[in-house]
Design a protein around this ligand. Structure first.
Ligand code: HEM
Length: 546
């Protein structure tokens, strides 16, 4: 080092770097404010430059800055050397198989899944190669052993929501809330919106959009129809109606609403599975969140209009129950709660649309290739609904084959395909013979579990009867959790079944479905994965039956 700087200074900076890693960065969650670290390094650089000029008054600002840069470089080397030593030699997760780079960095995984945004397929191949526990990042495992499902997600789960859920911190919807008390309080209010009585009220709203889809399909007879697109238009319109009391008008216009385009474009970033700190750093770049922010603003405006018509609807929508609670608050509390209400209305759209559309697109992809199965389904529907053709969900609830088709679709094509992110408790978690060290993030890989011969006989085949008359084809019930389980599990599960059952019954009675010439489902099967599935097209010939 330069003669003006004390000899021990480089050692101090290196040791300080190591200490910063060991006593601060290595402990707890440090991903919330990554830009502050960038700021701190710049501040350290300025302070060191000033310190050098103070010690050596003859030193020019340029030379002081140069020496300071060297010292700060040593400080950063101390941090990164400690991090590398930990990751390469000391991390107890090193016993798990996976790509060698996963030990050192999570960016390798982001690169691998980001090319085609198909994390679920990438992890499926990884599990085939490496087994049930695959290392995908320095602190992350993908797990395909169904014995993890209950401890990670169940009613008595010991795992907690992983840092992934802080993606929008400090904003939280019920879904992304990691504070159990806050989540439970919000969930109690939401529960009113999913009572049996409330669901019966939603049925007429859903049927209205089912009929609109049918009218549109009638006008397209004789030409290929991209059913992925139409199920998407339908599902967003239904959820728009249930969230804001009015649809997005997508079925009518046959076009994706501009706000939903913003939502879809913004969601793709999730498909890269960037480490949380990096994701938040990118989000801090001015303009990076423009689309998401415009969509959030749209939801805010919609919720304000929706509040204005509270109590004036013939049948309550989901938001009715959330606004009822909101209106009980004082004016000051209302101002504070308006953001959460907007986040929750956005959640209705995000959680309820892609998921139902995905189930329908994949189920019709299978049905379009199985005319005998469709004939059986029609018989079942006729026996339950009678000849007048009126669709009534209370009767469809007993349609075992129809429910079997839905569950079989959810098994093979879970709409949250790469599963949920959970943190293992500090004391660790033992799954079978495998000990997972404390605070590891586990990703519960439902897609792989659903296709594993150890869990299902004839796992790659579409056999709806396994869910009611051929239970021997299910070897491990724990492998099935498409709606998740326990206190964070899907609150919209019964609504989803209602939507999918009624629409499927109406479509099968009205139309014959076949894959269009040249269509083999390849695109659909390679849909993207941005936590939920981003459907790719599947073209079908849809022929009216009368
Ligand atoms: C086939 C359709 C559906 C599937 C497979 C599905 C799946 C899931 C899954 C796996 C979760 C847990 C997410 C997590 O822990 O991170 C979840 C949560 C949730 N789902 Fe669904 N969902 C579906 C339809 C719906 C519908 C129609 C709604 C209606 C609004 C809905 C609303 C929600 C909400 C609000 C949550 C958050 C629950 C909480 O945090 O307490 N879902 N869903």
């Amino acid at each position: 080092m330069d003669s003006t700087i004390p000899d021990f200074a480089p050692h101090i900076f290196t040791v300080a770097g190591a200490a910063t890693y060991i006593f601060y960065l290595h402990r707890g969650e440090r991903h919330f404010y990554p830009w502050r670290y960038v700021g701190s390094v710049i501040l350290l650089l300025c302070a060191t430059t000033a310190g050098i000029q103070h010690i050596d008054t003859q030193s020019s600002i340029g030379s002081a800055a140069f020496q300071a840069t060297k010292l700060v470089g040593l400080y950063l080397s101390g941090i990164y050397a400690s991090l590398l030593i930990w990751r390469l030699f000391l991390n107890p997760l090193n016993k798990f198989p996976g790509h060698p780079l996963a030990k050192v960095t999570a960016f390798h995984h982001s690169y691998a899944v980001g090319k085609d945004l198909n994390m679920f397929l990438h992890l499926y191949e990884s599990h085939k190669k490496w087994g049930d526990f695959v290392r995908i990042g320095p602190n992350t495992l993908s797990v395909a052993d169904p014995r993890i499902v209950k401890p990670a997600l169940g009613v008595h789960a010991v795992c907690t929501k992983a840092p992934w859920y802080s993606v929008e911190h400090p904003s939280y919807s019920m879904h992304t809330s990691r504070n159990k008390a806050d989540h439970d309080a919000r969930r109690r209010i939401w529960s009113n919106a999913f009572s049996d009585k409330a669901l019966r009220g939603y049925e007429q709203r859903v049927l209205k959009y089912n009929k609109m889809l049918i009218e549109q399909l009638q006008s397209m007879a004789g030409r290929p129809v991209d059913m992925s697109q139409w199920f998407n238009l339908w599902s967003f319109d239904v959820m728009g109606d249930l969230a804001f009391g009015k649809s997005f008008g997508m079925l009518e216009s046959a076009k994706t609403h501009w706000a939903i385009k913003l939502l879809n474009d913004g969601s793709d970033a999730l498909g890269f599975a960037f480490p949380e700190w990096f994701g938040r750093l990118l989000m801090a770049i001015p303009g990076a969140l423009e689309k998401t922010e415009r969509f959030t603003k749209f939801c805010q405006q919609q919720i304000e209009s929706r509040i204005a018509i509270q109590g004036k609807q013939e049948q309550p929508d989901i938001t009715h129950f959330l606004i009822e609670d909101f209106n009980k608050k004082s004016e000051a509390a209302k101002r504070a709660a308006l953001g959460s209400l907007a986040q929750d209305s956005k959640l209705i759209i995000v959680a309820g649309s892609d998921t139902s559309a995905t189930t329908l697109a994949f189920m019709f992809y299978h049905l379009a290739q199985e005319p005998n199965l469709v004939a059986e389904l029609r018989k079942e529907l006729d026996s339950l609904l009678g000849e007048d053709g009126k669709v009534d969900h209370s009767k469809l609830q007993n349609a075992k084959l129809l429910s079997g088709c839905i569950d079989e679709t959810l098994r093979l094509h879970p709409p949250v395909p790469s599963g949920l992110y959970r943190s293992v408790p500090p004391q660790g978690l033992t799954i079978g013979d495998t000990y997972i060290p404390g605070n590891t993030v586990v990703q519960i890989h439902l897609y792989t579990m659903g296709r594993d011969e150890r869990n299902y006989a004839q796992a790659d085949e579409f056999i709806p009867q396994r869910w009611y008359s051929r239970p021997e084809l299910i070897k491990n019930k724990d492998a099935f959790a498409p709606f998740s389980l326990g206190p964070y599990g899907c609150i919209g599960k019964n609504l989803a079944y209602l939507e999918i059952r009624t629409l499927t019954a109406m479509l099968l009675r009205g139309f014959d479905f076949k894959l269009a010439p040249g269509e083999d489902g390849t695109q659909l099967l390679h849909s993207t994965d941005h936590f939920t599935v981003g459907l790719k097209p599947v073209n079908m010939m849809v022929t009216p039956r009368i």
